[in-house]
Design a protein around this ligand. Structure first.
Ligand SMILES: Nc1ncnc2c1ncn2[C@@H]1O[C@H](COP(=O)(O)OP(=O)(O)O)[C@@H](O)[C@H]1O
Ligand SMILES: [Mg+2]
Length: 307
């Protein structure tokens, strides 16, 4: 058995430190590695994936804390590494397919819709004319829309469209040639808030309300965290969302409209948990590491190496 576990990240920071401690408490050493430094080496007789520091023996598992952005080719090659590792029997947490399904807001929205999980009406299209007709129809009917970048995070680039908003042009950063439009859910003008529920292995382990200083409630945008119990209708909906995208662990964003109805906004496969950790007792890094290690199965070649 290899006691070292790669944590894929380009920026270990607070989360890296917490993971390192949690792995150490389990007798494992977390090693921070960038997915940019991994590569394929498809020579006969070799496994094909090279992780720096693990050339002789692939690890039993890898913890994915970040997939760096880049060109389309680079991002696909980084995801290829995750897919290939899984095929080689390495436990990938969260695995490549789950990261792919959730880093792409359109696929997440489709899966939520497909599995009957409550989520706001959403439209995704390349056609400027079609986007314009959706925006006109919805805003004329008094329903505001939100436009988001497909691969966005931390509330960056989300914008609200009302009847008087200028039409977003295709070159703008939050469009980038693709319109992801969603019905705006009003959580209370001036009292904006949404919920973050943390799911590990089919269990809601922590939850909070995020009170935003604008309608964008992300902690990274100054959202203030308040503890709520991880149970009831919010937890149930978050669990259904995690199931719909089929993922080991995730952070689910949920918003409640003024009428009390809940909607899933998105599912995060590489969620930050610093804000949540500030309001819950559970050691989230320890819970993640515990679940990850419980999913590790000894790999054939490492067993062969051991005998
Ligand atoms: N349809 C919506 N209605 C109302 N608020 C929204 C909607 N979509 C997003 N928001 C607000 O914007 C924030 C960021 O959107 P989200 O979809 O979670 O993307 P990100 O990946 O940037 O966190 C949410 O936490 C919420 O406060
Ligand atoms: Mg979010």
């Amino acid at each position: 058995m290899n006691y070292r576990i790669p944590v894929f990240t380009d920026d270990p920071g607070w989360h890296g430190k917490r993971l390192k401690e949690a792995f150490a408490a389990q007798g494992r050493e977390a090693v921070f590695i960038s997915l940019k430094d991994c590569f394929l080496d498809l020579v006969h007789g070799r496994p094909g994936v090279v992780i720096p520091g693990f050339e002789q023996n692939l690890p039993d598992g890898v913890f994915v804390r970040g997939v760096p952005g880049g060109t389309l080719q680079q991002v696909i090659a980084r995801l290829d590494i995750l897919h290939a590792l899984k095929m080689l029997g390495v436990t990938v947490y969260n695995d490549g397919p789950a990261v792919e399904r959730t880093v792409d807001k359109a696929m997440t929205s489709f899966l939520l819709h497909h599995h009957g999980v409550s989520t706001p009406s959403t439209w995704v299209c390349e056609s400027r004319a079609h986007a314009q007709s959706v925006i006109l129809r919805e805003t004329m009917a008094g329903r505001a829309l939100v436009i988001k970048p497909l691969f966005g995070s931390q509330g960056q680039g989300v914008r609200r469209l009302d009847i008087e908003s200028p039409f977003p042009v295709p070159m703008e950063a939050h469009v980038d040639g693709l319109y992801y439009l969603q019905s705006y859910i009003d959580s209370g003008e001036g009292e904006w808030h949404d919920h973050r529920v943390f799911i590990i292995n089919g269990r809601a382990v922590g939850a909070m309300i995020r009170h935003g200083s604008s309608w964008v409630n992300n902690v990274a945008q100054g959202g203030r965290c308040e503890f709520i119990p991880a149970d009831g209708d919010i937890a149930e909906l978050a669990l259904a969302a995690a199931k719909a995208v089929d993922i080991d662990y995730c952070g689910v964003d949920i918003i409640r409209d003024r009428g009390g109805r809940l909607y899933v906004l998105e599912v995060n496969s590489i969620p930050a948990w610093k804000g949540l950790q500030g309001v819950v007792d559970l050691d989230i890094a320890a819970a993640l590491v515990g679940d990850f290690l419980s999913k590790i199965r000894p790999r054939c070649d490492s067993m062969a190496a051991a005998v």
